[in-house]
Design a protein around this ligand. Structure first.
Ligand code: 3HC
Ligand code: NAI
Length: 692
């Protein structure tokens, strides 16, 4: 039973009980209908209150049921709402905490609604690529007016209940105990007839056609590849232009259309992927975490500064340690400037600005940071330097302090071995710019303690990052995969592409930026340095030398005014470079490769399938716990298009057999060894399964 039925005096109280957020799954829907029947049959009951147990009124339809027959099994949410709306006794929704999606639609089917202040009210379906499918698009405009309702439905953004206090959505806002207030309200309304129904309210909006046309134009321009926002406008338009029941049919049809789209499936995958990432199979959810009240960062360079800002933004004091006063001053000045820019843009109040700047202090002394609960090392990417730093940290840091490294390529187990407390050592791999990028790869060493891992995961939420756990391997999840993508991008240049052609093809698929524009932005010298270091002991790894040639000519990217593209002073726009294109053509001739015309399809397949194959190996080896973790890494750290759900999800949508067939074709070309399929891919394809 996912709802409790109680009678208190002459009021029936139906309490939804489906933790964590009272999702309106089949069992909960059935329980509400059964309870409504009991209330109808009991002559002593004069009014009915519907509320939710725990931390929500209701978070809406149970999204976990979406791909199962349970989603549409009777009683559907429509049926539940019909039963409530047509009840002969007044039904009152007692709303608190979270009232979203189907939860709000259920409340709109009630005759009255009372709420606490601070409750989050939303129709967030659009964020899952769908639209409210149980009357929300028809009823919300009737209580909030066309404009406000459309804004809420198209944005999916929550609004605090008190901001809606003056609207017909709420009959009363209740200070103090919600249930006491709701009971008093129910007593008051018990004998009032007729029972008001939202569906009977008329929407009055003069010149609605002009407004709707304006909305269509605006929403079309903002929706990008997602179909849902425009369909939301269509559904709301039906609320104004059609009879209520006809509007419901329009909404239902659009909902059913959207729920089947890949875009919606991708958004739902990302929603659950984000939450799944924080779960590690052998680390129980109740694993105690270590309190993190103060943080120290070693190194005030590009990463150290950004990392420190994350903690200051979360109200945690941070000390930054540098070797020299000059470097420290420079690092602190950069942080200040970053905050000043945010302040100037009006995205930070003066008070918050000062608070955050003051939370970050500098030091040159290890003794000064000894009491920090967590220390994150962000010094040069050199094992010798890391060794020096970790030996020192082991010496000075208080027992129980977590020792983290921001290394992007080095072996965290080796780093841990520099200390006598490897169980306290972990990798926290931030992405640049560290104060902006959502991704945090949490690298679990062989000896990392479970509570250290649990603490890092909890902390990632606190600093608003998507924490994804990776095992130790070269490049962890993200960079290990991107290496294969970059290798293919290089080979494509040798075989006939220009940087512009590669970038355009992958950007057309939805990537924020192609590999060459990205290289110019990040600095081609970074990859050059990594290749020099990493490929020394990997002579078997083939890669195109075009990027090395580019760097040898000093074209590091935007920072040198020239990279794969030409740049004009003060302008970040890339212009195709004749010089670079000639250099590439010459290189093909030098290595004896005959250039050919390469299709966009080949470009995107080679780049993405290289990611997918390496992702499969990463899964196979247990470096990533689940395919959706890999997708989260790519969605939050590498600009993979959200509507395609991440590389592993994308491969699933194409079908693994199709991906393997394409790989087989490319294996016949140059560097065929790169296309040896991961065993996991072969076995999944053989069983007609996907990664997710
Ligand atoms: N169905 C099923 N599970 C849900 C859920 C839902 N609607 N909403 C949240 N959950 C689950 C999460 O998966 C998570 O589960 P886990 O603990 O097993 O990982 C748990 O609830 C807690 O979620 P959060 O970590 O997000 O908790 P927060 O307290 O930060 O946020 C929330 C709570 C605001 C409700 C947030 O979870 C949220 O935005 N949920 C989505 C709400 C939504 O989109 N509702 C619309 C559903 S579609 C619909 O109603 C269709 C209808 O129109 C027909
Ligand atoms: P950086 O060169 O900008 O900064 C390093 C800072 O560390 C310098 O300010 C230097 O003075 C200081 N430093 C060096 N040795 C020190 C020591 N012994 N004690 C105290 N301070 C010391 O380097 P960046 O880019 O910030 O990288 C730092 C770490 O983060 C590296 O391990 C790198 O691989 C990793 N990383 C870098 C990313 C990037 O995009 N730059 C992305 C993710 C990880």
């Amino acid at each position: 039973m996912s709802a409790e039925y109680q009678v208190v005096g002459n009021i029936a109280v139906i309490t939804m009980k489906n933790p964590p957020v009272n999702g309106l799954g089949h069992a909960t829907r059935s329980a509400i209908v059964e309870s409504m029947k009991l209330a109808a049959l009991d002559d002593a009951v004069k009014a009915i209150i519907i509320t939710g147990a725990g931390k929500a009124f209701s978070g809406g339809a149970d999204i976990k049921e979406f791909n199962s027959p349970k989603a549409f099994a009777e009683p559907s949410l429509h049926t539940v709402i019909n039963v409530v709306e047509n009840a002969s006794k007044p039904v009152i929704a007692a709303i608190h905490s979270v009232c979203m999606g189907g939860g709000l639609e259920l409340a709109l089917g009630c005759h009255y609604r009372v709420a606490t202040t601070g409750a989050q009210i939303a129709l967030p379906e659009v964020k899952l690529g769908i639209l409210p499918g149980a009357g929300g698009t028809q009823r919300l405009p009737r209580v909030l007016g066309l404009e406000m309702a459309l804004n809420m439905i198209v944005s999916g953004a929550p609004v605090a209940s008190e901001k809606l206090a003056e609207t017909a959505l709420f009959n009363e806002l209740i200070d103090g105990d919600l249930m006491l207030g709701a009971m008093a309200f129910a007593e008051k309304m018990a004998d009032v007839r007729p029972l008001p129904r939202v569906r009977d309210i008329k929407i009055d909006y003069p010149n609605h056609e002009a407004f709707l046309q304006f909305s269509r134009n605006t929403v079309r321009a903002m929706a990008g590849p997602f179909p849902a926002p425009l369909k939301c406008v269509e559904a709301v338009a039906a609320a104004v232009t059609k009879k209520f029941d006809d509007g419901l049919i329009v909404e239902r049809d659009l909902f059913l259309e959207l729920v089947q789209t890949t875009e919606s499936k991708a958004l739902r995958h990302a929603f659950f992927g984000e939450r799944a990432a924080s779960k590690v199979p052998d680390v129980p959810e109740d694993t105690p975490t270590r309190p993190i009240k103060s943080v120290a960062v070693i190194g005030a360079g590009t990463m150290g500064g950004g990392i420190a800002m994350n903690f200051a933004n979360a109200g945690i004091p941070v000390q930054i340690l540098e070797m020299k006063q000059e470097a420290l001053d420079k690092g602190l000045a950069t942080i200040r400037k970053n905050y000043e820019n945010t302040l100037k843009k009006g995205k930070l109040t003066q008070e918050k600005f000062e608070q955050r700047v003051n939370l970050i202090t500098g030091t040159l002394s290890y003794e000064a940071i000894a009491q920090a609960d967590l220390v994150i090392e962000a010094v040069f990417e050199d094992m010798g330097v890391k060794e020096q730093v970790f030996k020192k940290l082991d010496e000075v840091m208080k027992p129980g302090a977590i020792l983290a490294s921001n290394t992007s390529t080095l072996d965290v187990d080796v780093i841990a071995s520099f200390t006598k407390r490897p169980e306290d050592v972990i990798g926290t791999h931030f992405f640049s710019p560290a104060n902006v990028m959502k991704l945090l790869e949490i690298v679990r060493g062989k000896k990392t303690a479970k509570d250290v891992l649990a603490t890092a995961l909890a902390l990632s939420k606190k600093i608003k990052k998507t924490g994804v756990v990776s095992g130790v391997c070269d490049g962890f999840i993200g960079n290990r995969m991107i290496e294969q993508y970059s290798r293919q991008a290089g080979f494509l240049l040798e075989e006939g592409c220009t940087p512009e052609q590669v970038d355009k093809a992958i950007e057309k698929l939805g990537f924020a930026m192609g590999p060459f524009r990205m290289g110019d932005l990040a600095g081609n010298d970074i990859g050059w340095a990594i290749r020099k270091r990493r490929y020394v002991d990997k002579p078997h790894v083939t890669y195109s030398k075009t990027a090395d040639l580019l760097c040898e000519s000093g074209r590091f990217g935007q920072k040198t005014g020239a990279g794969w593209y030409d740049y004009k002073a003060g302008d970040r726009k890339p212009y195709p470079s004749q010089l670079v294109n000639d250099m590439i053509i010459q290189h093909s001739a030098d290595i004896g490769v005959e250039r050919r015309k390469i299709s966009d399809q080949e470009i995107t397949e080679r780049l993405i399938f290289a990611l997918v194959n390496e992702g499969a190996r990463i899964l196979e080896e247990g470096i990533a716990t689940r395919a959706s973790d890999i997708d989260m890494v790519y969605l939050t750290g590498y600009g993979f298009p959200l509507h395609r759900g991440g590389p592993m999800f994308y491969a699933d949508t194409l079908g693994l057999t199709n991906v393997l067939m394409a790989m087989e074709k490319y294996a016949k070309g140059r560097h065929g060894d790169a296309w040896k399929p991961a065993a996991l891919m072969l076995s999944l394809a053989a069983e007609a399964k996907g990664f997710n």
